[in-house]
Design a binder for this molecule. Structure first.
Ligand SMILES: [Ca+2]
Ligand SMILES: [Ca+2]
Ligand SMILES: [Ca+2]
Ligand SMILES: [Ca+2]
Length: 245
């Protein structure tokens, strides 16, 4: 009897949720709810952009159901706000509205500056985070747990880069290393003797090679390539968490 009560209770709780998820009026493989709230496609029309492929089929293969050209969701920016449709879906913004929270700043500009595109309060920021995977020799950077990008690094040889949870401290366009070389785009790690920086430059101008990226060769620092170092330098803030594993 007790089991029966539980089963009936589960049915009553689960059914309405289940039912609302499976309504697919145009039978294109996307639920009405997904079409209205996420993909902004027409729930009454299986092929919203009239390119011969159903919305569900396009989404399954990562193509935009809103662009009749053969363009991937990650490369489509339907509302032209500087944030791709794929990123809009990840950040839960409206991919057809360039300013989802109506605060006068476009979604793309808000994400680029670390602001919350779903919160119109001024200075509502999203949490930044850097993760470094020593085994893969990769640095990934995240805004609100959405990965914005990743770069190859060169960490310390002989496991000289410590694992753990750290925070960034000072930044310097060009820092001098006691090993006798320049470290451009230096990002210090709080209370640690290592940091993140661009491939180092010797006093005679010689630059350590790009071919070191992907291989641990430093004395403990995390080296980034030319270009990627500046991106992280400009993006990071004092106190940004750095997780090394
Ligand atoms: Ca549908
Ligand atoms: Ca289509
Ligand atoms: Ca967009
Ligand atoms: Ca906005």
């Amino acid at each position: 009897m007790k089991n029966l009560v539980i089963i009936v209770a589960i049915l009553f709780i689960a059914l309405p949720v289940f039912a609302s998820e499976i309504i697919d009026t145009d039978n294109d493989g996307l639920s009405d709810e997904q079409e209205i709230n996420i993909y902004k496609t027409d729930p009454q029309k299986a092929d919203t952009d009239s390119d011969g492929y159903n919305d569900g089929e396009e989404v399954k293969n990562n193509y935009s159901p809103l662009n009749p050209k053969k363009v991937k969701i990650k490369d489509n920016d339907y509302d032209n706000d500087g944030l791709s449709d794929e990123m809009e879906i990840k950040f839960k913004t409206d991919l057809t509205n360039p300013d989802t929270d109506g605060d006068g700043y476009k979604d793309g500009a808000e994400i680029a500056k670390g602001y919350n595109p779903l919160d119109s309060k001024l200075k509502a920021k999203l949490i930044k985070k850097i993760e470094i995977n020593l085994k893969q020799q990769k640095l990934s950077y995240f805004l609100s747990d959405v990965k914005l990008g990743e770069f190859l690094v060169s960490s310390g040889k002989n496991n000289s880069t410590p694992k753990g949870n750290f925070k960034t401290s000072n930044k310097s366009i060009k820092a001098w290393s006691s090993y006798g070389l320049w470290m451009p785009y230096w990002i210090g790690i709080e209370n640690q003797k290592f940091g993140i920086h661009e491939l180092p430059v010797w006093p005679n101008g010689y630059r350590e090679g790009q071919n070191h990226l992907g291989t641990p060769v430093s004395h403990g620092c995390i080296r980034l390539g030319i270009g990627s170092a500046k991106i992280i330098y400009d993006w990071v803030e004092k106190g940004t968490p750095v997780i090394i594993n």
